[in-house]
Structures are given as structure tokens and as C-alpha cells.
Design a protein around this ligand. Structure first.
Ligand code: HEC
Length: 254
């Protein structure tokens, strides 16, 4: 990842206010605004972990250590077994041993009556789980886990889904093995027409250049049967501001 930060907004504002001639050779001037990000600053932002595990820091965490962290820092929102749907859809559930074999999740297929799509049903790459937790969780204190704790909670979640055994220690050395058992690892499809646009947008609409308002009419109306459900809205609306209530005591169109 290559980043250049231009840090000094104040300097930018001053340059904009400055004399015309200074702005005229702005090319030279712009180069003196701000500074390149330092290696340490770039490093602090450069935390993404790729599916091929590039960017994954070295470390390790056991299922049981992860369970302890989970109970302390995650279970209140996601449930002890990642099953809660109170703040988010459940993280774990809905996958089977057969899915792990096949790399496709049966409950995602048409005709499934499984009520929700859990995270483990959908996620194809274990790196995504690792990266997301590392950068965003716990929700109330992102980036507060140590690297080993991230390995631990990922191990714990994978053990709940029977991707790894309960005595497992997940590490940078063996995470590729866990990837080979992700239930939906073969569930990502590449839809070629979305990318093959031959340099053109894939939108087929013809641009409207004149009398466009006559072509598109956006309206909204209350059907008669619902008109007086809330009384007369004209009498209930604010008198200040652009919104006036429609008189719903009269039939439609009157
Ligand atoms: C304060 C509540 C809270 C806590 C504590 C919390 N989470 Fe979350 N978690 C959320 C919310 C809310 C989302 C959805 C966020 C979003 O989509 O923007 C989420 C999303 C996730 C997801 C992504 C699910 C998906 O399918 O996108 C994972 C994985 C996850 N949390 C793991 C953890 C782990 C591990 C911990 C503990 C280290 C943790 N969470 C602690 C609230 C919490």
C-alpha cells in the first residue's frame, strides 16, 4: 500500500486565499504543502490481510484462550456461542460437516427454509474473519485485541462451526489448513459480465437531454382506504418549513 498524506489543511486554506500570482505557480506551491507520510504512519494504516495471507502478522491463539476473550469481550453482543441475533445476525450456525467437505453451504441454496444467513454460512475466506475482527471488533473498542487474541477468537469461532477441533491452536503457520475447511470456501462466484465492459459502463439507459421531466413522473399518494387512518394529516403538520399535510378528509384527487 502506498499512501501520501497532505496533512496541512490550514496551509491549503492559506494558499487558496493567497495572491493570484502565488496560485498561478500553484504546481510548485502544492508540492510544498504538507509532507509525505512517514513509514510508521503508513504501517499503522496498512493492516489488511489478504486471502493469500499476505499481511497476516505472526502469532497464535488457542480455542480455549479465545473462549475466555470471547466471554469477556464479545459474548455480550453476539451470544456465548455466536448465536445471538440481538445486535446483528448470528455469527455461527447453519453449516454442517457435509458443507465443510464440499465447500458449499446447503442452507444458502434455493428452497432452504433456514431462517437466517449467519456469518460462517457466507464468509468464504478465513482471512476476512481475521481481518475484520482485527480492525473492527469489539465494536465498542476496535483494535484493542492483541494479535494472539485475534487468533484465539477466530479459533474459538471456527471450533463452534467444527472447522477446527476444540483443542486447536490457530496460528499463521496453520491458518491455510483452516481455509481448506471453510464451509463456504467454494461459494464465491465470478460473474464475468460485471467486469467485461470493454471500457464502457454497463448501464444501458439513454441519457435524457431535454423535456426530461415529462418522461419521468414520480408521484406518491395515499390509497383511499388508508386515507383517514391517521386522521387529517393537513391538521397535524408543522406550519413552518416546506412540508404541508395533504387533506386526507377528502377523497383522492380532491
Ligand atoms: C457492543 C457490541 C459488540 C461487541 C462487544 C462485539 N461485537 Fe462484533 N459486531 C457488532 C455489530 C453491531 C456488528 C455489525 C457491524 C456492522 O455491520 O457494521 C458486529 C459484527 C461482527 C462480525 C462480522 C459479521 C459479519 O457477517 O459481517 C464479527 C466476525 C464480529 N462482530 C466478531 C466479534 C468479536 C470477535 C468480538 C469480540 C472481540 C465482537 N464481535 C464484539 C457488535 C459487537
Amino acid at each position: 500500500m502506498k499512501l501520501t498524506f497532505k496533512l496541512s489543511l490550514a496551509a491549503l486554506a492559506l494558499a487558496a486565499l493567497g495572491s493570484g500570482s502565488a496560485w498561478a505557480d500553484s504546481k510548485a506551491a502544492m508540492h510544498s504543502i504538507g509532507r509525505d507520510a512517514t513509514a510508521a504512519e503508513v504501517k499503522a494504516w496498512d493492516i489488511d490481510v489478504r486471502p493469500d495471507f499476505k499481511g497476516l502478522p505472526k502469532g497464535a491463539g488457542s480455542v480455549s484462550m479465545g473462549e475466555t476473550v470471547w466471554e469477556e469481550k464479545c459474548a455480550s453482543c453476539h451470544g456465548s456461542f455466536g448465536e445471538s441475533n440481538e445486535v446483528f445476525t448470528p455469527l455461527i450456525g447453519g453449516t454442517t460437516k457435509a458443507d465443510i467437505q464440499r465447500g458449499r453451504v446447503k442452507n444458502l441454496e434455493e428452497g432452504s427454509t433456514f431462517p437466517q444467513k449467519t456469518t460462517i454460512m457466507k464468509v468464504a475466506t478465513v482471512s476476512t474473519l481475521w481481518d475484520y475482527i482485527n480492525r473492527a471488533m469489539p465494536w465498542n473498542a476496535p483494535k484493542s485485541l492483541t494479535t494472539d487474541e485475534v487468533y484465539g477468537v477466530v479459533a474459538y469461532l471456527l471450533s463452534l462451526a467444527e472447522v477446527v477441533p476444540t483443542d486447536h491452536v490457530l496460528s499463521d503457520q496453520n491458518i491455510a489448513e483452516a481455509q481448506k475447511r471453510m464451509p463456504n470456501r467454494n461459494g464465491m462466484v465470478f460473474y464475468e459480465p460485471m467486469w467485461k465492459t470493454n471500457g464502457k459502463g454497463d448501464v444501458k439507459n439513454v441519457a435524457c437531454m431535454k423535456n426530461c421531466a415529462t418522461e419521468v413522473k414520480i408521484t406518491s399518494f395515499l390509497p383511499d382506504y388508508a386515507k383517514s387512518a391517521q386522521g387529517n394529516t393537513a391538521e397535524q403538520n408543522r406550519v413552518i418549513g416546506p412540508v404541508r399535510g395533504v387533506d386526507t378528509s377528502k377523497p383522492a384527487g380532491k
